[in-house]
Design a protein around this ligand. Structure first.
Ligand code: GDD
Ligand code: MN
Length: 408
């Protein structure tokens, strides 16, 4: 291919990539302003079961119990189940000790699985003991704002709404480059998911806080590569109900600053998501998923086509620069300079774009050639940043009603 053809191909790719992504972003930015079209009943107080799955969470579980104890909700209408899968760090002992030292306001059940199979398996075990009409699943390393239930559950009063998820705030958002980048991603993610929710349903849930109607979700589908949160979204969408991101349902968690740890978590999540989108796409083709098709197709594009086109464009761009430097060295130097300046000025966004596509490509290869069983490896390095939350919770307990700030 000659230099001119390469240039045309690159311009074409850039136009598709940038054009499509920006168009979807702008469209969703407008959709965010739409009304909800949901019958929100602020007095709706159904029976709730909160499930906290744990595997080696001794470091954060006390903080999690302290956090749950602060939740605003009628005491007789909320139960908590901590379900542990053979942790080796004494997570359940830490729970028991904490419970003898503190008075927990709600009914609490501690369940223990003899061996670790998976988070999904643990959740299904807990569901057998759950009495709630609403099932909330929340990770041990996520901190919920105390009014999350009274603010978010009212959305479930609408019979068309099957499940809700929340809005993530990163506690260590400015701690390091990786966290800043993830924070930039979260801002974009939030707008897309909120826009999708206003139109019909968000395509991605957050396992850190998700609430489901039990009548629509008897059990979580336990299959290799499936995740609880997005697997449940697929089931609920299939039943014709909406899945919403509720902006008031705020929770906090931390991001690993170590790039390897960050990539591990993101690749695992991306692998799960890709599998879910494939399942949804197949259901949609068979006419079993009635959601606005452009939302589904845009997500399929972003999670599959986008990274593949991006991967294809890298050698093309390098080839173009090398060829250009042979015939117009000055122009190629200017071009490299311009790229460098843009990369420095918009470094978080550029890094985000490159790393996100890289993550999706690795996830895609894993899905294609590696074993279907994905071992869930917890990333510890992010959890230490949650100490900030611990301090916040202590303050909150001592001098109510201090609220969580947007970025602690
Ligand atoms: N009981 C039990 N058994 N719990 C487990 C197991 C297990 O085998 N494996 C993990 N967990 C628990 C963890 O202790 C934690 O409380 C929760 O499940 C989530 O694990 P993390 O390691 O914190 O996952 P994450 O933060 O990377 O991913 C979260 O977000 C994803 C995207 O929304 C999870 O909620 C995922 O389920 C979710 O897909
Ligand atoms: Mn987590």
């Amino acid at each position: 291919m000659g230099i001119f053809e390469t240039f045309v191909a690159l311009a074409f790719i850039a136009a598709i990539q940038v054009g499509f992504n920006i168009a979807y972003l702008l469209f969703m930015k407008r959709a965010v302003r739409r009304p909800w079209n949901v019958k929100i009943d602020s007095n709706y107080r159904p029976q709730i079961t909160i499930i906290v799955p744990t595997y080696n969470e001794a470091e954060v579980i006390e903080m999690k119990l302290q956090n749950l104890n602060l939740l605003k909700y009628p005491e007789d209408k909320l139960e908590v189940i901590v379900v542990d899968s053979a942790s080796t760090d004494g997570t359940l002992d830490v729970c028991r000790q904490w419970l003898t030292r503190n008075s927990f306001r709600f009914k609490i059940i501690l369940l223990s699985e003899p061996i670790r199979i998976s988070k999904l398996h643990a959740l299904n075990y807990a569901l057998k003991h759950a009495n709630g009409e609403i099932i909330v699943v929340t990770d041990a390393d996520a901190i919920l704002v105390p009014d999350i239930l009274v603010k978010a559950i009212p959305y479930l009063a609408d019979p068309d709404v099957g499940a809700i998820s929340g809005r993530e705030n990163i506690v260590n958002a400015s701690a390091c480059f990786v966290a800043k980048m993830e924070n930039a991603y979260r801002d974009i993610y939030y707008m897309l998911r909120l826009g999708e929710s206003k139109i019909h349903s968000t395509q991605i849930f957050q396992g850190e806080f998700a609430a489901y109607k039990r009548s629509l979700l008897e059990f979580f589908t336990e299959a290799p590569g499936r995740s609880d949160d997005n697997g449940a979204v697929t089931e609920i969408l299939r039943k014709g109900k909406r899945c919403l991101l509720v902006p008031e349902a705020v929770f906090y968690d931390a991001v690993a600053c170590n790039l390897i740890d960050y990539l591990k978590v993101k690749i695992r999540r991306a692998t799960h998501l890709q599998r879910e989108f494939l399942i949804r796409f197949k259901l949609w083709v068979k006419g079993e998923l009635k959601i606005p098709k452009f939302i589904l197709l845009a997500n399929v594009y972003q999670h599959f086509a986008n990274p593949l086109i991006f991967m294809f464009s890298i050698p093309l761009a390098l080839y173009f620069l090398i060829e250009l430097s042979k015939i117009l060295p000055l122009l190629s130097i200017l071009l490299i300079l311009a790229i460098t300046i843009v990369s420095i000025v918009a470094r978080h966004l550029i890094a985000l774009y490159i790393i996100s596509n890289f993550i999706l490509i690795v996830a895609f290869i894993r899905t294609l050639i590696l074993s279907k069983r994905q071992e869930w490896e917890a990333v510890r390095s992010s959890r230490r940043y949650l100490k900030v939350c611990r301090q916040k919770l202590d303050t909150y307990e001592n001098q109510e009603p201090i609220r969580f700030a947007k970025s602690p």
